[in-house]
Design a protein around this ligand. Structure first.
Ligand code: PLP
Length: 422
């Protein structure tokens, strides 16, 4: 079913073809596990995942029984205290790591700070951190924060991702890259870049925010040192869900991180004045777990653990490939330009186009309940979360977009007015 990477003849052309693809989709039944408003086409799971039906019941239970009735006792009776490790262990299977290497905590930004600072400390005689220009903004901002507050000798070097490998040298402490780029959807070669970093003695950190639950991941196989990732995108953990982090076990003993809060203590309830780091991955925790948010995240993670990653990848690529093909005539007629690799081996689970009027065009689509998003200055993004996006959604989206462009209905003040969140 997966379209080949070469220019195979386009066999899938009619609305019925797309309906048939849904009928043959081995993952089709998973959509029923999510609450998706009738009539809505949701192509933004790369930014905020949808609501798992089971999360509603779980939230009601956590709030009424665990919080309402159990109160403080629930730290023990419902084992709130182990939520970070328990969900981390489940995530380990999804990202190709060992259970004791992954933990849920804080936001992706905070986890980036903790681990980048830790990396700098693990490589004390090295002064360079390499990343790419146009990386997700928080990654760049946080690395600058590490320079300003942890070690002002550090120099942040930004080079295009395809040149990173040749810039790594004996001064490099850390290479920090996002595995699937948030704008272009380009996927980097985790193993090759990690190997190049190690060849010069540098550490490698991957931001998996746009990869986790979207593409197969193998952190251990790539020998990755550190990683962070997001809970509210493809994992469907809910708005502002806690994030996760990974530390390869070879670094767990030595690693130190700057936010030495009580949850990272070897024995938090000894209430000692002196900090003593927990021996394992728990040392990366800082403060109290957001129990409600973590409980919602667990529901999303549980669904993801039941899916075969290659099946997910096959559907994701089929969705993006058919979308690109359907969009080809619109590119020619209306000036959309594909900003995502045509080569499937380096494509994540989203497709982006540039268009000078991208913002207003996206608002016009959203007004018709077809939800993608816009990233400045000119990118329209369409995310294809393979757990619940249908093939027919591709057809309906491109038909609606064609109509909007043909009629010029995007060209209205109401669609040009900028919202705070795009
Ligand atoms: C979404 C995303 C984040 C999110 O960081 P928060 O701290 O959760 O706001 C970080 N990095 C990348 C690459 C992302 O895509």
């Amino acid at each position: 079913m997966t379209p080949s990477n070469t220019s195979a003849p386009t066999m899938i052309v009619t609305q019925q073809d797309f309906l048939d693809l849904d009928k043959q989709d081995p993952l089709a039944s998973l959509r029923d596990q999510f609450e998706i408003p009738t009539g809505l086409i949701y192509l933004n799971g790369n930014s905020l995942g949808v609501l798992p039906k089971a999360a509603k019941a779980r939230m009601a239970d956590v709030i009424s029984r665990e919080w309402g009735e159990g109160l403080i006792r629930s730290w023990n009776t419902y084992n709130w205290i182990s939520l970070p490790q328990r969900i981390g262990a489940k995530l380990a299977g999804i990202i190709g790591a060992k259970e004791h290497e992954v933990i849920v905590s804080d936001s992706t930004s905070v986890n980036l700070f903790k681990l980048a600072a830790a990396a700098v400390k693990l490589r004390p005689n090295r002064t360079k951190i390499i990343t790419e220009p146009g990386n997700f903004p928080t990654d760049l901002y946080i690395l600058n924060g590490v320079k300003n507050f942890i070690n002002q000798e550090i120099e942040i070097i930004t080079v295009p991702s395809n040149e990173v490998m040749q810039h790594i040298n004996e001064d490099t402490a850390l290479v920090c890259l996002t595995h699937v780029h948030y704008k272009s959807g380009t996927m980097l070669n985790m193993k090759d870049i990690t190997t190049a970093a190690h060849a010069k003695g540098a550490l490698m950190m991957w931001d998996l925010s746009h990869s986790t639950g979207a593409v197969p991941l193998a952190l251990n196989d790539a020998n990755a040192d550190l990683a962070v990732g997001c809970g509210y995108k493809y994992l469907n953990g809910g708005p502002g869900a806690p994030a996760f982090l990974y530390v390869a076990d070879k670094h767990l003993k030595e690693l130190e991180q700057p936010l030495t809060g009580w949850f990272g203590h070897a024995n938090a309830f000894a209430m000692s004045d002196d900090f003593e780091a927990a021996p394992g991955i728990e040392k990366t925790l800082c403060g109290t777990t957001p129990v409600i948010g973590a409980s919602a995240l667990e529901v999303g993670v549980d669904i993801m653990t039941k899916v075969e990653p290659q099946q997910l990848r096959d559907k994701s690529l089929a969705l993006s490939e058919y979308f690109i093909r359907l969009m080809e005539p619109l590119c020619e007629t209306y000036g959309f330009e594909l900003a995502t690799p045509k080569d499937q081996s380096i494509r994540g689970s989203q497709v982006s186009y540039t268009h000078p009027e991208g913002y207003a065009i996206m608002q016009a689509l959203i007004a018709q309940d077809i939800i993608g998003d816009f990233r400045a200055p000119n990118i329209l993004r369409f995310g294809f979360a393979p757990l619940y996006v249908q093939y027919i959604d591709l057809w309906n989206t491109v038909k609606a977009l064609e109509k909007i462009m043909h009629e010029g209905s995007w060209d209205q003040a109401q669609f040009r007015a900028k919202n705070k969140v795009t």
